[in-house]
Design a protein around this ligand. Sequence first.
Ligand SMILES: [Zn+2]
Length: 228
Amino acid sequence: MRIKTGVLAVTAILLVACSAPALAQVISRLPTAERVVALTFDACEGPAAPAVFDRKITDFLVARKIPFTVFATGRFARRNAGPLADLARHPFVEVENHSFDHPQHMERLDAAEVRAQVEDTDRLIEEITGRRPRFFRFPAGNYDAATLATVEATGHKVVHWSFESGDPARGLMPGNLRDWVLSKTRPGHILIFHVNGRAPATGEALPAMVAELERRGIRFVRLDEVLQ
Ligand SMILES: [Zn+2]
């Protein structure tokens, strides 16, 4: 009888575990065994300084029709609405949500402010691109459990990165960026760079990074191709 009770208890726990909503989580890898990598580019703009697209990056990716994802803030999207709409017309380009005005510490905002950062940006990006974002990335990667839960409750998965490229570092040489990224990248990784004109080494290094990853048999994907 005791064994039976134990089995019942375990079964009950399993049933609860399986039917409960997925635990809050930040995605930092693609859930696939395929040799794929996601190229993601943050288009950050806060209240401090205007920012525009680094055309060296986007021109290269578009010319080669390489799938990529832009995480844009609302401010950046508003300032760059025309170019963003043009990019989003390509089926291999995905535009996702990076908050409205890039608060460095969203965990210090209250829940209503967090929701507004996400939802105002969703509305704007949908107006510009015709497609509502499904993924969110925290500015500067800062969050806590409550902030994460609030963002997930807006219907977004939070997607960060597998390792930092460090591409906004002042004085970074393209060759050093290339060597670092190529030494770290593995299949299933989500790479992070910046496309807001603050990471000049990236546009210089990108063709060589892409060529080497392709030589390794890597295929590039949008996040929404791989993440549910
Ligand atoms: Zn950012």
